[in-house]
Design a protein around this ligand. Structure first.
Ligand code: NAP
Length: 495
């Protein structure tokens, strides 16, 4: 077992980027089939790590076996999902506008466009997903799928887990005969290593999951470079849950039970944790708060991912509870240790919430704040003032929701994923998933960090004008044997 993880030096960072750059020049041109084989081989090698990976991740993160096994399945699942996507080939969005030489008053040239890989990508491993959002996580695998080499900076909370997965990826590289610079793995505690990686001129994009302060600092750094580059940072979201009155008066018990489970899932350490509940005052809300308070009282504190996250939770929770008008509605009756996160729900009147931006900050852990509104109009005002979110949920009857069109209009502006009668935790990995939202949820709401669309972050469009067929990329050739959708003069054709 490796116990020390030396920080990358300026020399090793430079060497890693040089290697990545050289690897990029060949890797981007490898066939779709070859890239798909590589992604599938990564999944096989991760599975071959078997119990050693599970026990190491459990030891380093305090997460239970079932969660790690589930996360490993999600990780190998997205490797294979991207393998299928890349082999099929249509993700490049090939568009073919054939020439109209006799068009008047000027002839139209032949223009063909497709997405190409952006170049070497730096990925910061996430603390809260040691497998699915770290070394072979969604950022790494979608970048590799796009044809970009990746340099991972391991998260210091799980260096050994990260190292094991890095070896698995290296084995897949060897098995598939790819250049070693396609994937590299560096350690670095303190901000120096991460900042040097983002500033390096050969880095072309960054993937990050973590705090708002960290993501924003790296985003600003990337924008201050002589050549600014995109930073896809997933940072901070409190995932509002709106409880409409009619439904709440009928379903307060069921709604409270499902929200309690969602708030406490994984000790609240999910970016989709429901940190804010909005409802209109009345008997339904009173009964809901009583049930939710009881559920939370029965919930046990859980050991958090690392001491820093536990300390941060305690600090942010104390800060939220110290705000004017905030009342505790229920908290775990167990004592817990300083490494544990104690489940707690509190409430505040909407008028106090609106006046106090501190109450809208993410408290990363098993906490949720209920905002009591005097009317649906006031609830709309609160929703209007909210910052960008990954998700927004609405619990209500169909007719009740259709009467709230202005609220639904606001929510579309605020969040990347809207949910009816469901909690925000549990992110399906599929082509139609949107995991991203307006700032501060992410730095670029146009993209998703989960699902096949994640590949788009690490690509850029290039148009090829008047190219003879022999000089075009395969995807744009007339003779393209791939069965892909192509746009001919504004009409989509399956070729
Ligand atoms: P973090 O502090 O943002 O760190 C994540 C990674 O980014 C680490 O590798 C860290 O480097 C690096 N980093 C952070 N700030 C940097 C900077 N200014 N310059 C260069 N590198 C920087 O996140 P964390 O350690 O995972 O957790 C801390 C807090 O972040 C949590 O308590 C929680 O509030 C929040 N968080 C939110 C989410 C979410 O999904 N919303 C997920 C995880 C964490 P070092 O290792 O050197 O520090």
């Amino acid at each position: 077992m490796q116990t020390t993880y030396p920080d990358a030096t300026t020399e090793s960072i430079n060497a890693a980027l040089q290697e990545a750059h050289i690897a990029f020049l060949s890797y981007k041109n490898f066939s779709n089939k070859k890239k798909a084989e590589f992604l599938s081989a990564i999944a096989d090698e991760i599975e071959a790590l078997d119990q050693i990976l599970v026990s190491t991740a459990m030891r380093e993160t305090n997460l239970p076996e079932a969660r790690i096994v589930n996360e490993r399945g999600r990780t190998t699942g997205h490797c294979r999902m991207f393998a299928t996507l890349v082999e099929e080939g249509s993700w490049v969005e090939a568009r073919v506008d054939t020439a109209l030489p006799n068009r008047m008053p000027a002839p139209k040239p032949d223009i063909r466009k497709m997405l190409v890989p952006i170049g070497p990508v730096v990925v910061f491993g996430a603390a809260n997903f040691p497998l699915a959002y770290s070394t072979a996580g969604g950022d790494t695998i979608s970048a590799l799928a796009a044809g970009c080499p990746v340099i991972v900076k391991a998260h210091p909370a799980h260096p050994e887990t990260s190292g094991l997965v890095a070896v698995a990826i290296k084995k897949a590289i060897e098995k598939c005969g790819l250049p070693g610079g396609v994937f590299q793995h560096l350690y670095g505690v303190g901000f120096q290593v991460g900042q040097s990686l983002v500033k390096h001129p050969l880095t072309k994009a960054v993937g990050f999951t973590g705090s708002l302060a960290g993501g924003k600092a790296l985003f600003d750094l990337a924008n201050q470079r002589p050549e600014p580059i995109p930073v896809f940072a997933e940072m901070s979201s409190i995932n509002p849950v709106i409880l409409l009155p009619e439904s709440l008066s009928r379903n307060f018990e069921k709604t409270a039970a499902s929200l309690a489970a969602s708030i406490t899932l994984g000790v609240g350490q999910f970016c989709t944790n429901p940190g804010l509940i909005l409802a209109v005052e009345g008997t339904g809300l009173v009964k809901f708060m009583e049930f939710l308070g009881n559920e939370i009282q029965k919930a046990m504190p859980g050991t958090m991912l690392h001491q820093g996250i536990a300390d941060n939770y305690a600090k942010k929770l104390a800060q939220a509870l110290a705000q004017k008008g905030v009342t505790i509605e229920g908290q775990s009756s167990a004592t817990g240790t300083t490494a544990q996160g104690k489940p707690l729900v509190a409430s505040v009147l909407a008028e106090s919430f609106i006046k106090n931006p501190t109450l809208a900050e993410e408290v990363f852990g098993p906490f949720s704040l209920i905002v009591k509104c005097k009317s649906l109009d006031e609830l709309n005002t609160v929703a209007n003032r909210m910052q960008g979110q990954l998700t927004a949920s609405v619990f209500g009857e169909e007719g009740e929701i259709s009467n709230c069109s202005s609220l639904m209009n606001v929510l579309v502006e605020k969040a990347g994923r809207l949910i009816i009668n469901g909690v925000p935790t549990g992110v399906e990995v599929c082509p139609s998933m949107q995991h991203g939202g307006p700032f501060p949820a992410t730095t670029d709401s146009r993209f998703s960090a989960v699902g096949t669309d994640a590949i788009r972050r690490f690509s850029r469009p290039v148009a090829f004008q008047n190219f003879p067929d022999s000089l075009l990329p395969d995807e744009l050739k007339e003779s393209n044997p791939l069965a892909i959708w192509r746009l001919y003069n504004g009409v989509w054709n399956k070729k």
